[in-house]
Design a protein around this ligand. Structure first.
Ligand SMILES: [Zn+2]
Ligand SMILES: [Zn+2]
Length: 245
């Protein structure tokens, strides 16, 4: 089972959850709207029954009648016959408590995402070391995504003032620098990432540069962390679009 997207917050009191019931199933969501995970997807609008005389899977085309019932895919909202929408998969990005019915295409996407939640996202929350320039002073920091996935947090290894945390939902873009690094001969790796983000409650844009430079304790972990961040942001950007497909 995938790690839930909707998890407890970092002791900031925003971790209070409520159970709600939508027509798609039982969901557990934060009471406070601002505490929502940046990975969360909105539930789709259900396609109306009367506009769908047959299964939306083009390869199937099953006509609906009294015996052949319509089923909505919980992820895309389209209508399918029972066979084309029989897979139930955990869908943490929509905060469902139980596995929910999904069409073939959506269940494939969701399964791939769940692999991500179990691997890359865990790596991001476990953290890695970077030289963090924000932008003036490089400070060696343990860098991690918070357990509620809302922030990138920096903890200096030598007690300096921590750089400002970055709200994941307000990241605008990233630019990764690939390079052949001297302590990894012959390998081209993502060595640094510049994160462009908006300051909370403002339109002001700022940059922070994370470098897996020679000071970090485990450069391979740090480069993997950058790769995981890029994958995570693809999902975050997707969640911002009005439609899922
Ligand atoms: Zn679907
Ligand atoms: Zn079908």
């Amino acid at each position: 089972m995938a790690d839930g997207v909707c998890r407890e917050d970092d002791n900031r009191g925003a971790g209070n959850k409520k159970l709600t019931k939508s027509k798609s199933g039982l969901r557990i969501i934060p009471i406070n709207n601002t505490a929502r995970s940046p990975f969360e997807l909105k539930e789709p609008t259900w396609s109306p029954d009367k506009e769908n005389p047959e299964c939306s899977n083009g390869k199937c085309g099953q006509k609906f009648d009294f015996l052949k019932r319509r089923h909505h895919c919980r992820r895309c909202g389209q209508i399918f016959c029972a066979q084309c929408c029989q897979t139930r998969v955990m869908l943490p990005r929509m905060c469902f408590v139980d596995p929910v019915r999904q069409c073939f295409r959506c269940s494939d996407i969701t399964n791939a995402e769940n692999v991500f939640f179990n691997s890359s996202l865990k790596l991001l929350t476990n953290g890695a070391q970077f030289d963090v320039s924000s932008p003036e002073r490089p400070v060696l920091c343990q860098t991690a995504v918070t357990s509620d996935h809302r922030f990138i947090r920096f903890e200096p290894t030598q007690g300096q003032a921590p750089p400002e945390r970055v709200e994941v939902a307000r990241i605008l873009s990233t630019e990764v620098t690939q390079s052949t690094i001297e302590y990894a001969p012959g390998q081209t790796l993502p060595e640094a990432v510049v994160v462009l983000y908006r300051v909370p409650g403002s339109v002001e844009e700022r940059q922070v540069r994370l470098s897996a430079g020679p000071h970090v304790n485990d450069w391979r972990l740090s480069t993997n962390w950058i790769v995981a961040l890029e994958r995570a942001l693809e999902l975050v950007y997707e969640g911002r679009q009005p439609s899922q497909h």
